[in-house]
Design a protein around this ligand. Structure first.
Ligand SMILES: [Fe+2]
Length: 378
């Protein structure tokens, strides 16, 4: 059977291939010399849904030696990455296939780096420009949001400091990304929304970042517009493959944006909700999006208007954004996740020290952070 596929040209080194049922013919997309492949997965949902077998069976028919590293948790730890590294080295893996959400993709990219370099997580982050090239990774997202399939970032939780750290090098982009909407079909509604909001926050933050360029702005607006057009429709029609495919494309575009611009204040704030209260990463950004843009509007009114127009149509307002988020079931109410006003001080201290802050398009003050969190309490 002849494989039909499309390529998405993004300003990243990753080759991005998209189309339906590509996972049945992955062998087409890597060199004949590759004989040993490790598939990295999360806690078993891709096994239960049958996706893992769909990938494994044809590879095994081609005579490839395959193993599976299973058990990457949400917000993956460095300890998990080291276990994965040991697995890769034992097998002598020549290629990693990462099949899962952003956590699995991030962890697999970090394992690929750990397999060719030595040292602690902090040590590797410090030496990032001098690290050896990682093992090649083929990233197959099962959610449409994190964009990890086209970024160099590996967001890993450091157990010692209870913080999310960003390990990346100029070489840590996945070698290939496969966007197959069949892989996102089994995503439950809440994850479709949460990861869609993660993609939206990437595009929004990238568009606002001090590191934005005309190229990243164009991609960011395209992504925001696609999310406005397809996410709600996708919630109504979860089995529509065209909508699933469009959300995957929107998420990868947003990923390519942050590969150039990084994320800013919104992500730094969201991290604390995730680390301290277990709020899903995309949802954490979404509940803070309205108050964040309300504060940002004072400094960057045109850019905020550009975001609202792309997402919701010309002349849309922040109140329209609030309504949009409510339709998706997102209330700007961090109190319901257990956040107390007494934590604001500690959150502000953390956020002001975070390295994604300097790219925020205004000098963030403790007062700005208190304002965002207070509005988000209502
Ligand atoms: Fe994110």
């Amino acid at each position: 059977m002849k494989t039909t596929f499309n390529e998405l040209n993004l300003p990243v080194p990753t080759r991005v291939i998209y189309g339906r049922n590509l996972i049945d013919e992955l062998r087409t997309f890597f060199p004949a010399t590759v004989r040993k492949v490790t598939i990295v997965i999360g806690k078993g949902s891709v096994r239960r849904s049958g996706l893992l077998d769909r990938i494994l069976t044809p590879l095994q028919k081609h005579g490839l030696e395959t193993t599976v590293f299973e058990g990457v948790e949400e917000n993956p730890s460095w300890a998990t990455c080291l276990r994965g590294r040991d697995h890769l080295l034992r097998q002598g893996a020549e290629l990693i296939i990462a099949l899962g959400g952003g956590s699995v993709l991030d962890a697999a990219k970090a394992m690929a780096l750990a397999a060719t370099n030595t040292g602690s997580l902090a040590g590797m982050i410090e030496r990032r420009d001098y690290l050896q090239k990682p093992l090649p990774t083929m990233a197959i997202p099962t959610t449409a949001g994190t964009g990890s399939e086209v970024t160099q970032y590996c967001i890993i939780t450091d157990e010692a400091t209870h913080d999310k750290l960003n390990l990346h090098t100029p070489h840590s982009f996945p070698w290939t990304a496969i966007l197959d909407p069949v892989c996102t079909l089994s995503m439950p509604r809440t994850i479709t929304i949460g990861t869609g909001m993660d993609a939206l926050s990437h595009a929004v933050e990238g568009y606002l970042s001090r590191r934005a360029s005309s190229e990243s702005d164009r991609l960011a607006l395209e992504s925001i517009e696609m999310i406005g057009k397809f996410l709600e429709a996708n919630i109504r029609e979860p089995h529509n493959l065209k909508l699933r495919e469009n959300m995957l494309l929107a998420a990868s575009k947003a990923g390519a944006v942050i590969s150039q611009t990084g994320t800013i204040l919104l992500h730094a704030l969201g991290y604390r909700l995730t680390l301290d209260h277990g709020v899903h990463h995309g949802l954490a950004n979404a509940v803070l999006l309205y108050p964040f843009l309300r504060v940002t509007q004072r400094y960057q009114p045109q850019k905020v208007q550009g975001i609202l127009d792309a997402l919701l149509g010309t002349h849309s307002t922040l109140e329209d954004l609030k309504g949009y988020l409510m339709r998706l079931g997102i209330k700007p109410d961090i109190g319901r996740y257990g956040v107390k006003a007494g934590e604001f001080e500690a959150i502000a201290r953390y956020v002001l020290a975070k390295n994604n802050l300097p790219d925020t398009p205004f000098s963030v003050t403790t007062r700005d952070i208190f304002e965002i969190l207070s509005v988000a309490m209502n």
